[in-house]
Design a protein. Structure first.
Length: 324
């Protein structure tokens, strides 16, 4: 029997609720080939290692059945537990975007960058110390790379926009993408009977860039996926509708950012405008807007506003360098 924090999604794909922040917020995935080889896609934080190993055990898989640990990118809710998990998996190779390799081998800069966003107390509480991965156990990906998990083919594409160290993984078996944060966030609390899921983009600091993100989303959609495996949270279907909503909200976020770019209280103005944008969209989706509902988005509103500010400042610096 599977633990209650593991969901069988069919075709030997399992979503593991890592327990980060709140229930059904952050998922790691365990993918198993027909011949019993396994891979983790995203890991959660250090605190998720026990759950990941329990999922393996519940499926009757030994730690040495895991061939790959594959962070979609190196943000800590996706890869913070990678080093600690790799210590428990003697046969596994860490498969990471080339821009993320150095941060997995030496996570010092990654840790301090995250600490600048979340603060020292939150880093200790939510993430703990980051464990380096030995360089000889790390493999980098490249555009259009194929990786065989036993008899199961995984295909990689480079998907910047949320972060420059982000790739997405196409599972040929399910015609599904493991998208990390590139295809946004969709919490199950916002599902509406007869209307399905709701989704929003994530502009978490510090590398948000809307034009590459828009291109990455369109590349994902061009594969005509049957489903998307989100880190936040789990599998969604009805992908064409969600893709249209995601791109529409992204365009509106860009417009909000540019309208607030020079305001003296920019951060608060961004948060207010994003809250209004999401509230209107959720109401159109058929949900009653309540304080409890908006509280589920409070962290995302804060981080999206921070990431948009970094992007706006970067745009301003680039404009200043242009010849007059």
């Amino acid at each position: 029997m599977l633990p209650d924090f593991v969901e069988d999604l069919g075709h030997n794909v399992f979503a593991i609720d890592t327990g980060f922040h709140r229930p059904r917020f952050d998922a790691a995935y365990l993918v198993v080939s027909d011949d019993g080889r396994a891979a983790f896609i995203d890991t959660g934080t250090n605190h998720a290692v026990a759950r990941n190993l329990a999922a393996l055990d519940a499926l009757g898989l030994a730690p040495d059945a895991v061939d790959f640990v594959i962070p979609t990118h190196v943000h800590l809710d996706h890869a913070g537990g990678a080093g600690a998990l790799m210590r428990e998996l003697p046969a596994a190779t860490l498969v990471v975007h080339p821009r993320g390799r150095r941060h997995m081998i030496n996570p010092t800069i990654l840790y301090h960058s995250a600490q600048s966003v979340y603060g020292a107390d939150e880093m200790q509480r939510s993430y703990g110390a980051l464990i380096p991965v030995p360089a000889e156990r790390v493999r980098i990906t490249h555009e259009s790379m194929d990786l065989m998990l036993g008899s199961r083919r995984l295909h990689f594409i480079d998907t910047p926009g949320h972060a420059r160290h982000h790739h997405c993984i196409w599972d040929e078996r399910t015609r599904g993408w493991f998208t990390g944060d590139t295809f946004g966030l969709s919490y199950r609390e916002f599902d509406v009977a007869g209307r399905g899921a709701w989704i929003l983009p994530t502009s978490t600091p510090v590398q948000f860039d809307p034009e590459p993100l828009r291109d990455s989303i369109r590349r994902l959609l061009a594969f005509d996926p049957a489903c998307i495996y989100l880190t936040h949270y789990s599998r969604v279907t009805d992908v064409p509708r969600l893709g249209c909503l995601l791109l529409s909200l992204l365009d509106q976020m860009v417009a909000i950012g540019r309208s607030c770019a020079k305001e003296p209280q920019r951060h608060e103005r961004l948060k207010q405008a994003l809250t209004t944008l999401y509230s209107v969209s959720l109401a159109e989706h058929g949900l009653q807007i309540t304080p409890a509902l908006l509280e589920l988005l409070a962290l995302d509103v804060e981080l999206n506003a921070q990431g948009m500010a970094v992007w706006l400042d970067r745009e301003a610096r680039l404009r200043a360098l242009e010849p007059s």
